[in-house]
Write a protein that binds this ligand. Structure first.
Ligand code: CO
Length: 216
C-alpha cells in the first residue's frame, strides 16, 4: 500500500470509529462550528493543536506558521484573528510557541535557509530587542528556549495591538490572549503568565514578564 493510500485507509477507519462512538458527531459539526479557542502555533509537525490540549474537531480554530508569528501586515493571520474574534467570538486566543523551535533557532543563530530568512527576520527583531537578556544565558539550547519564550510574549503583544482586538475590547467583548510554550521533551505546556484582556494589560504583563526573565 502506498503512503497516500495508507492515509485514506486511516481516514476511513477514523470516520467509522467516530461514527460508531457518536452517530451524531458529523451531522452536528456540519451545521455549526462554535470553538471557544483560537490557537496560533508553529507549523512544526510535533506540535498538533487539538491533540496537545485534548480538543475534538470543532473545538479550536487554528492558525499555524513558522515560529508562531503574528506580523502586523500578514493578511492571513489577521483574517484568521478577525474571523475568530468577530464572527466565531472565541473567548481565548492561545499563542503557543515551543521550546527548541527550529525557526527561532535559525533566527537566533543567523542560519541562512532561503526565502524563509525574510519571515524569520521578525524573530530577529525580537532577538535584537532582547540582546541583553539573551546574552545572560550561556547554554546555547537554553538561549534558544529563552528566545522561544520572548518570541511568544512579543506575539501576544502583537495580537493585542491588532485593530481587531483593540476594537473587540473597546466594545467590551470578553476575549483573553494567552502566551504559552510547549515542551517537546515531556509534552507539557508552560503558561508564560502574560494573559491579557486589554491593550494596556498587554504592555504591562510584557514588561513584568521580561523583568522576570532577567531575574531568573
Ligand atoms: Co517551531
Amino acid at each position: 500500500m502506498s503512503d497516500i493510500e495508507q492515509l485514506f485507509n486511516a481516514n476511513r477507519n477514523w470516520s467509522e470509529r467516530i461514527h460508531g462512538e457518536d452517530p451524531e458527531f458529523f451531522s452536528r459539526l456540519l451545521n455549526q462550528q462554535t470553538p471557544e479557542y483560537l490557537w496560533i502555533g508553529c507549523s512544526d509537525s510535533r506540535v498538533p493543536a487539538n491533540q496537545i490540549v485534548g480538543l475534538a474537531p470543532g473545538e479550536v480554530f487554528v492558525h499555524r506558521n513558522i515560529a508562531n508569528q503574528v506580523v502586523h501586515t500578514d493578511l492571513n493571520a489577521l483574517s484568521v484573528i478577525q474571523y475568530a474574534v468577530d464572527v466565531l467570538r472565541v473567548k481565548h486566543i492561545l499563542v503557543v510557541g515551543h521550546y527548541g523551535c527550529g525557526g527561532v533557532k535559525a533566527a537566533l543563530n543567523n542560519n541562512r535557509l532561503g526565502l524563509i530568512d525574510n519571515w524569520l527576520r521578525h524573530v530577529q527583531d525580537v532577538r535584537d530587542r532582547f540582546q541583553a537578556s539573551l546574552a545572560e544565558v550561556d547554554d546555547p539550547n537554553e538561549r534558544v528556549d529563552r528566545m522561544c519564550e520572548l518570541n511568544v510574549m512579543q506575539q501576544v503583544v502583537n495580537v493585542s495591538q491588532t485593530s481587531v482586538l483593540r476594537e473587540a475590547w473597546q466594545r467590551g467583548q470578553n476575549v483573553t490572549v494567552h502566551g504559552w510554550c510547549y515542551a517537546l521533551s515531556d509534552g507539557l505546556i508552560r503558561d508564560l503568565k502574560v494573559s491579557t484582556r486589554c491593550v494596556e494589560e498587554a504592555q504591562e504583563v510584557y514588561r513584568d514578564a521580561v523583568d522576570n526573565l532577567r531575574r531568573r
